[in-house]
Design a protein around this ligand. Structure first.
Ligand SMILES: CC(C)(COP(=O)(O)OP(=O)(O)OC[C@H]1O[C@@H](n2cnc3c(N)ncnc32)[C@H](O)[C@@H]1OP(=O)(O)O)[C@@H](O)C(=O)NCCC(=O)NCCS
Length: 144
């Protein structure tokens, strides 16, 4: 698996990972906007020319990174793709001089919470009814 920057041609593949792994549907313009805002913070895990995962982030007004979306398609998990993207992302944050990374995760998403803890993220608070279906979220933070 090769980690590379997102390019607009990836949109159909990324949108299909979003539907399958995150159960969301976003307009094409959202991916283009994220790409425009911070190119180094939008990464793809590529297997033989096909995206099998991606990480999309923004830099927030207060100068920290926020992970917006992070997923590996279900058949390719536990093969190090998520770790490779997270390591590349942490490097991009360091290059940019960022000091903190934040993200939100569903309280029921034990896999992702275990993954983030392994990378030094800590639960920083609860987000009651954060998701549109009413589920609570956790805010997780990592200091760089
Ligand atoms: C979170 C996610 C991106 C991790 O991707 P991945 O490619 O499976 O991650 P890796 O293979 O690099 O796993 C690295 C480590 O994370 C931890 N981890 C990953 N999946 C795990 C699971 N199901 N249960 C417990 N620990 C897990 C393990 O420590 C794992 O190392 P190991 O396989 O050597 O034990 C992936 O599980 C995913 O796409 N989940 C669905 C979408 C999602 O929930 N995204 C986050 C939304 S906030």
């Amino acid at each position: 698996m090769r980690i590379r920057p997102f390019v607009p041609n990836d949109i159909p593949a990324v949108a299909s990972i979003v539907r399958e792994a995150l159960r969301e549907n976003y307009p094409t313009s959202l991916y283009l906007d994220i790409h425009r805002w911070w190119r180094d913070g939008f990464l793809v895990a590529d297997l033989d020319g096909h995206p099998v995962g991606f990480l999309a982030s923004v830099i927030t007004a207060d100068g920290q990174a926020r992970i917006l979306m992070f997923a590996v398609t279900s058949g390719f998990r536990r093969r190090g793709g998520g770790s490779a993207m997270m390591n590349a992302f942490l490097q991009a944050c360091a290059m940019r001089g960022l000091k903190r990374i934040e993200l939100e995760v569903r309280v029921s998403n034990a896999e992702a919470i275990a993954f983030y803890k392994r990378y030094g993220f800590e639960i920083a608070g609860a987000l009651p009814r954060f998701y549109t279906d009413g589920e609570d979220g956790y805010k997780m933070l990592k200091h760089l």
